[in-house]
Design a binder for this molecule. Sequence first.
Ligand code: AMP
Length: 363
Amino acid sequence: MAKDKLTALAPGATIGILGGGQLGRMLALDAARLGFKIHIYCPDTGPAFDVSAAHTQAAYEDEDALAAFAQKVDLVTYEFENVPARTAEVIEKHRPLFPDSRALATTQDRLAEKTFLQDLGVPIAGFAEVNSVVDLEAAVRTLGRPSVLKTRRFGYDGKGQIMLREDVSTDTAFAAIGSQPAVLEAFVPFEREVSVVAARGRKGEIAAFDVTENRHENHILRTSTVPADLSAEASKEALATAEKIVAALDYVGVIGVEMFVVREGGRERILVNELAPRVHNSGHWTQDGAETSQFEQHIRAIAGWPLGSPRRLGLAEMTNLLGEEVLKWQELAAEPGTRIHLYGKGQARPGRKMGHVNRIKPE
Ligand code: AMP
């Protein structure tokens, strides 16, 4: 059935989520506040299991388990973009999936994503497809050094990528990413990294949160601050770019659009880096710093509810708690005005996202 003809999901219904990590956990918490039940489908147990009404622990390739899961829920979403495309298609045979399998297939493969963005006329870094060392040599001749070699699939937090500096041979670089299908990207001398977290509803309505400025350490997001230090013109360009992308994908749900800000002829310009077809770490500030959190907004969008107001409530800063930083919870709990969000993960391995804090100040 056409998605704008589907009736809105009433409270009491069950939403299925593929993936059981912290994003699923925070979606489940907000979904519960709107009266929904959550059923998690994930090959491993994870932070979302503790706060959900039901869970299925099975492989994404187990089509019988997927069908049985789909029968028990009213619609399905995902919190993890590396769900196999085939899994999404199996789900769609039984239940509506938002964002749909096309959005997933486009955004889980860097080459498909870049080709889509280029065709749409969205500014991105120069890139070339790389399937072999010979391809890589040709791509380096065109794009130069430094440049960045990234696997087409399964990259996150800087995994599956290597910078081609002068001293790295093409053989070494291609081997370092596991000799897999990849893309070479021109190096972007960016001034800052920003993102737009936006939602699109079933009828095509769009609500975007303010542009967020993101600081990474060792490729992992450290802080997000809002508003981003950006000219009004560049901010408008960032928001318009995100709107163009979700409209072209006929997207339903929340998306994270990661962008580089570069300076060209004294002007700030936006280049899109990548799309995350889900709620996004750079949108966590909205839990305490916006009228509607990104998690509630995603549930509203997929359930066919009116979108909530994305209005910002103050100056916001989100700081990820990585690894053993989570052990400071007592100190953080004693800080007036600091909002703590912990994911209930057992082992505080170095770099692992264990929680985050939001600090919102009056403007
Ligand atoms: P990604 O996995 O594509 O989000 O890349 C992770 C991080 O690597 C980005 O947030 C940037 O800090 C850096 N990076 C990725 N691509 C480029 C590029 N083409 N030029 C410069 N830095 C990059």
